[in-house]
Design a protein around this ligand. Structure first.
Ligand code: PMP
Length: 365
């Protein structure tokens, strides 16, 4: 074999994999079911036409960061932008993790926290959640005191459980980090706008807290890859040092800035999805052998008493794709359903009824 071997710590690593299938109703990746308004697309393309495409983009993404900061009511120096919140997380781990350093995650949670930590040579420490998938402030405090991790991840609302951590938990974790640090608390709020509170209000120049967010969900712009962090300016300066020059294309920067002018449309979409989440959860809860977990995001996790993988397959056979977590540790029997349009959700509910209700089984035979 003439080919070189990769870094030894990468050999065991499996690439991130989220199965995609060509189906009628796709409720598996927590995207928005609604496209952004046509007026936004026109405004974006007009601005892009006027941009000097033969020049590198603004390295500091000044216009975008200024506009975002104004919308968030934060100083611009606290805002960092990158290609999706995954790149934001990677940048944070490159700057504050790395060989000899450790990151604490509370499982089950977004698998990319562990994956990106490992890619950056950061060791991962695993904390457990309560039976309701919450982070226990007491347990977290004990772990932080004994392990003294450089990074602590909280994901709120948590993917894939939908759990929103209360402010008291975030404050307790922060207090433990301040007592036993130095350490950094990263709160992944990819679904933050769907929840009833945000840790953004706790961000300050001298607090070791950074909140990450994305345009992929509420802004309906998953295809464009834009995410951002809000944290102390000193932290943002370190992230700017680490990230590759000109990493954020002019097309992405302009889209992020123009999207903000359609804030009202975004809020309407969030409102529709939140009320549709309530309806979907209510309808799901009426089904036999199924438990719906409370969610503050644009998806709901359900636990099935039967063979959840077989049920997932039967949904696929009917053209409905949800995310199968049933074989993941701590998520036995669980499927995650992204909130779609009412029409898509009705197709899902009809298919599930057919699978779970005895009369449905008779009909299928
Ligand atoms: N954080 C969480 C919790 C997510 O679920 C996702 C997307 N699935 C991301 C971050 C990454 O989003 P993006 O890179 O598209 O901004």
């Amino acid at each position: 074999m003439n080919l070189p071997t990769p870094r030894p710590d990468l050999i065991e690593l499996v690439g991130y994999h989220s199965p995609q299938l060509d189906v009628r109703v796709r409720l598996n990746t927590n995207e928005s079911p609604y496209a952004p308004p046509d007026e936004f697309v026109d405004a974006w393309l007009d601005a892009l036409r006027a941009a000097p495409l033969h020049r590198y983009p603004d390295r500091g993404a000044g216009d975008l960061r200024r506009a975002l900061a104004a919308r968030l009511d934060q100083p611009m120096e606290r805002v960092f932008c990158a290609n999706g919140s995954n790149e934001v997380l990677q940048t944070l781990l490159l700057a504050y993790g790395g060989p000899g350093r450790r990151a604490l995650v509370f499982e089950p949670t977004y698998p990319l926290h562990t994956h990106i930590a490992r890619l950056t040579g950061t060791e991962v420490i695993v904390g457990e959640r309560t039976s309701e998938y919450r982070v226990s402030p007491t347990e977290a405090g004990i772990l932080i005191a004994s392990e003294r991790p450089e990074i602590v991840f909280l994901c709120s609302p948590n993917n894939p459980t939908g759990t929103v951590e209360p402010r008291a938990t975030v404050e307790a974790v922060l207090a433990a980090i301040l007592d036993h640090g130095p350490g950094l608390l990263i709160i992944d709020e990819a679904y933050g706008e769907f929840a009833d509170w945000s840790a953004l209000e706790l961000v300050a120049d001298d607090v070791p807290l950074v909140v990450t967010r994305t345009y992929s969900k509420v802004w309906s712009l998953a295809a464009l890859r834009l995410g951002f962090a809000v944290g102390p300016p000193a932290l943002v300066a370190e992230m700017e040092k680490v990230v590759l020059p000109y990493h954020l294309s002019a097309a992405t920067q302009i889209a992020g800035r123009e999207a903000l002018r359609f804030d009202a449309d975004m809020r309407d979409r969030v409102g529709m999805l939140v009320s549709e989440r309530t309806r979907l959860a209510h309808e799901l809860a009426l089904l036999p052998d199924l438990t719906v977990l409370p969610s503050g995001a644009n998806f709901v996790l359900v636990r099935l008493d039967g063979d959840a993988h077989a049920i997932w397959q039967r949904l696929v056979d009917q053209g409905v794709l949800v995310r199968d977590f049933s074989r993941w540790p701590r998520l036995e029997g669980c499927l995650r359903i992204t909130v779609g349009t009412p029409e898509e959700d009705d197709v899902l509910l009809g298919a599930l009824r057919g699978v779970l209700e005895p009369s449905g089984i008779e009909e299928e035979r």
